[in-house]
Design a protein. Structure first.
Length: 567
């Protein structure tokens, strides 16, 4: 009995010991759990969620840029976004080196992305073409670590109007041309999808989703076929005359819409990203130059509108005119002539134009008209990088400014500024703000700015003078068979940047022509400016720019379907 009681007491002690150990273990576990919950809960919970959930972007389509007939100038084409699940990548550097030549991304950048274990999913390349995707999948590159999401890439059919249309960056955001200035309409907003995944990367359920918002299509005022013709003619003109460059702009005078715009040197066949900054620049908007005789329209128009002269008033014009230490002569010595205002304009007489400005109009009123017509300020065109030109305020005019400003020297304009003033004359005296966007989606844009700059009577007088300048004056090479044409030639010497003096052939010339067709019912205002044509080949606007105007004008009347206006 004693031994039995002792055995029972031993078993009881062992049971109590076991119970004590169990309670101690449970207490320790509870304490650890409490500690983790209290002090580490946030961190551990976040890590757990990160291991189970991931956010996947949902691409959306950028709006297209369409010409006035609905033809694509920039549009989306099928592509994919290549991503990777970083925790499934065993050798980031090796995978990066394999992918780099296939996706045209630097291996070092890919390595950094693939090594980023802070994120479950990383985006490697957007806009990857389908052929590259198919090759990666066919070769089994990356195994299950890589992911392909349907998306898009930006395409520019035929490369027409590359400077004007512009380009997007790798994220699909506009960075030049209309792609930049109209980006707020074109831009798509990508969506996101947060999903719960198992360790094998299978989606268990979608936790939350933000739907994507596609961009809106923008219809431009541009005519694709006319733009292609202008691209070609501008390039050929620069080459033909051995010029540093050439620029052309075509406006619809009725509403200020830009029908075409191009500069040479232009974007190469390789596309916008292969172009230099010189090739990318839209010079009709950004650059300024001294307009020369094409500016005489402003001087004569102001004098007519102020009632200072009539087209029939006559002036005795010598070959040269002098004031203080400056002398200005005619381009060609014809001796002393008696000319009417209309003849002075048609013959592009420097002396006659100066006499009108100095003796009849006065520098105060001329300066006021230069301001009124918008020189020295931006036109407001919906394209990036617009220049304002350079106009000295009246207080800074010198005693001899009245000799050069009336004939387009000592003042700088952009091609678009000057073309818009000629468009106002073509539009019965009403100036319209130049623009490239016609409508956004199905919505029309607000009415563009407009203002009357010349009365109807004065406008008709200027229209007659411009037509005579082409038919019997200096612009005969701008004529187009079957159509009436109006316009004005211009030739300006460049200035030596060191001396500040005009230096003729040594520094080069700007040769230009501005006008419109048909003269009777204007539909296309065209400016052509050739920068530094080879003087050995020719440099007068009448010889260099007027023929290019005629080529563009001929393309315009054909492509716009305009009926002939003369036999």
């Amino acid at each position: 009995m004693g031994r039995k009681r002792a055995s029972m007491r031993g078993a009881d002690r062992r049971l109590r010991l076991i119970l004590f150990v169990c309670v101690a273990v449970l207490a320790a576990a509870g304490g650890r759990a409490g500690y983790l919950q209290a002090f580490e809960g946030g961190r551990l919970g976040a890590e757990a969620r990160e291991q189970q959930t991931t956010v996947i972007p949902i691409p959306s389509e950028r709006g297209a840029l369409l010409d006035r007939r609905g033809r694509a100038l920039a549009a989306a084409s099928p592509a994919v976004t290549l991503g990777a699940y970083t925790r499934l990548v065993t050798n980031p550097m090796q995978l990066a080196r394999t992918l780099a030549p296939l996706v045209a991304v630097d291996a070092e950048r890919l390595t950094a992305l693939l090594s980023d274990r802070r994120h479950v999913y990383v985006e490697l390349v957007r806009g990857l073409d389908l052929a590259a995707r198919d090759r990666i999948q066919a070769e089994g590159i990356g195994g299950g670590a890589l992911d392909f999401t349907d998306g898009e890439r930006r395409e520019y059919p035929q490369g027409v109007g590359a400077q004007l249309v512009g380009v997007v960056d790798t994220d699909g955001k506009g960075i030049a041309g209309a792609e930049l200035s109209l980006d707020r309409y074109l831009r798509a907003r990508a969506g996101t999808k947060e999903v719960l995944m198992d360790p094998a990367r299978r989606v268990l359920r979608v936790l939350r989703e933000t739907p994507p918002e596609p961009g809106r299509d923008v219809h431009l005022t541009l005519d694709r076929d006319l733009q292609a013709a202008v691209d070609r003619i501008v390039a050929e003109t620069a080459e033909r005359w051995g010029a540093k460059g050439a620029t052309a702009v075509v406006l619809d005078p009725r509403d200020g819409g830009i029908l075409a715009m191009a500069s040479a040197p232009g974007v190469p066949e390789g596309g916008y990203r292969q172009a230099t900054s010189e090739q990318q620049r839209l010079r009709a908007v950004t650059d300024q130059y001294e307009p020369g005789s094409t500016f005489k329209l402003i001087t004569v128009g102001a004098a007519l509108q102020e009632g200072a002269v009539t087209p029939q008033d006559t002036f005795t014009t010598p070959n040269c005119i002098a004031l203080y230490d400056r002398t200005v002569c005619e381009a060609h010595d014809k001796g002393t002539l008696v000319r009417s205002v209309a003849d002075i304009f048609a013959d592009s007489s420097n002396v006659g134009t100066i006499m009108i400005a100095k003796d009849e109009l006065g520098q105060d009123r001329l300066a006021a008209w230069i301001d009124r017509l918008g020189f020295g300020v931006r036109t407001g065109v919906d394209l990036p990088g617009e220049g304002s030109g350079t106009v000295r305020p009246l207080s800074e005019w010198s005693g001899t400014s009245i000799l050069n400003i009336p004939i387009g020297e000592g003042i700088a304009v952009t091609p678009l500024q000057l073309a818009s003033v000629y468009a106002a004359v073509a539009n019965d005296g009403i100036w319209r703000e130049p623009h490239i966007a016609a409508r956004i989606g199905t919505e029309g844009l607000p009415e563009v700015k407009r203002k009357r700059v010349f009365s109807r009577a004065v406008t008709r007088q200027l229209q007659t003078m411009l037509r005579n300048a082409v038919e019997t004056g200096t612009g005969t090479l701008a004529q187009i068979s079957g159509y009436t044409v109006a316009g004005k030639t211009g030739t300006t010497q460049k200035i030596d940047p060191e001396t500040g003096e005009y230096c003729g052939a040594e520094c080069g010339y700007h040769s230009s022509f501005v006008g419109y067709v048909p003269a009777t019912r204007p539909r296309a205002v065209i400016l052509v400016m050739v920068d530094e044509p080879d003087p050995a080949l020719g440099y007068y606007g009448a010889d260099v720019a007027a023929p290019a105007f005629a080529e563009i004008g001929k393309a315009a009347v054909e492509l716009l379907g305009l009926a002939p206006t003369r036999s």
